[in-house]
Design a protein around this ligand. Structure first.
Ligand SMILES: [Zn+2]
Length: 317
């Protein structure tokens, strides 16, 4: 990717998924940053080392910061980068909206209510809310966002890329594609070693798995020779990987169906699907993923969803 003027900056994460790839793109004049990392001192140190490595004066030579999506490991440090570099921060309109509303107390309350309705036990909810309070420091929003529209052409390093909206993993997720060299900056939409997490948390798109599959299919018409991703290795077999991921979800949907015995809450189904000890962070992803599959199946008419007067929600076949 260096021959295209793109340089990978890998930033450590304190999770099981222990890194995120951000990028520096060298233009004729100045540089672009693609994705920021979590807001924490380790991230600042890594960016400082990267600026030193390429002899970049961040105040004068970073022209813009572009975010593929609003997830904290990609967006968290963008506020700090804006202050540091004085550069504008760009993202999709949809992504900006989620970023500006999601980490508000009222959104957390809605999420806990949503989880409670889906059977998550109160002690676990309490732990989750304590964890979230600690998590807040990982996110520092920029003071202002600027917008990248679908179809917009953007110079990144040597090449010009077209912005493609690819929802599902995150609302308003952007990928960037260069047709001449068939290079694809994929963010978290298309990963090689792990399957991008598709979660439903009761806000935004009600069937994110459908959105994800649709936006994967949108890529099937593209000739891609290199995927430069947000996590894991750079890879070249994009179309094979798309088929693999689509197949993975079909299999997963079958497995979810098998775990719906009688009337069960999403939490009960989640527990039987993920039959191991989960950290709080993983528990949330596991619930989100289970809910994305369940809501997809409801939408397809394959299972039923019933809400009690108490608010509690049950799924059955
Ligand atoms: Zn993500």
């Amino acid at each position: 990717m260096e021959k295209y003027g793109i340089y990978q900056v890998t930033i450590a994460l304190p999770f099981r998924l222990n890194h995120v790839h951000c990028y520096l793109a060298r233009q004729q004049k100045g540089w672009t940053i693609l994705d920021a990392g979590l807001n924490r001192p380790e991230t600042q140190k890594t960016w400082q080392e990267a600026f030193d490595r390429y002899s970049i004066n961040p105040q004068e030579e970073i022209n813009q910061v572009i975010l593929t999506h609003y997830h904290p490991d990609h967006l968290g440090f963008s506020g700090a980068l804006q202050t540091w570099t004085q550069a504008p921060v760009f993202m999709s309109k949809e992504g900006q909206y989620v970023a500006q509303t999601l980490w508000q107390p009222s959104s957390y309350e809605r999420l806990y209510q949503f989880f409670q309705n889906h059977g998550l036990p109160l002690p676990l909810l309490k732990q989750m809310s304590d964890y979230d309070k600690g998590f807040q420091s990982f996110i520092r929003l920029p003071e202002q966002f600027h917008t990248i529209e679908e179809g917009q052409k953007i110079q990144l390093g040597e090449l010009t890329y077209e912005a493609i909206l690819t929802g599902g993993h995150a609302e308003g997720h952007l990928c960037f594609y260069n047709e001449e060299e068939k290079v694809f900056l994929g963010g978290d939409h298309l990963l090689r070693r792990i399957t991008p997490n598709i979660s439903y948390y009761g806000h935004g798109e009600e069937n994110p798995l459908q959105v994800y599959m649709d936006s994967l299919q949108k890529l099937q018409t593209l000739d891609i020779s290199m995927v430069i991703p947000g996590h894991g290795p750079v890879f070249h077999d994009a179309q094979e990987r798309i088929l693999e991921i689509l197949h993975h979800h079909e299999e997963r949907l079958e497995i979810v169906l098998d775990h719906i015995k009688g009337e069960r809450t999403a939490y009960q189904i989640c527990q039987s699907l993920f039959n191991r000890e989960l950290t709080l962070h993983e528990q949330r992803f596991a619930m989100g993923e289970t809910l994305a599959h369940l809501y997809y199946l409801v939408e397809k008419g394959e299972i039923h969803k019933k809400a009690e007067a108490s608010g509690e929600i049950f799924f059955s076949r």
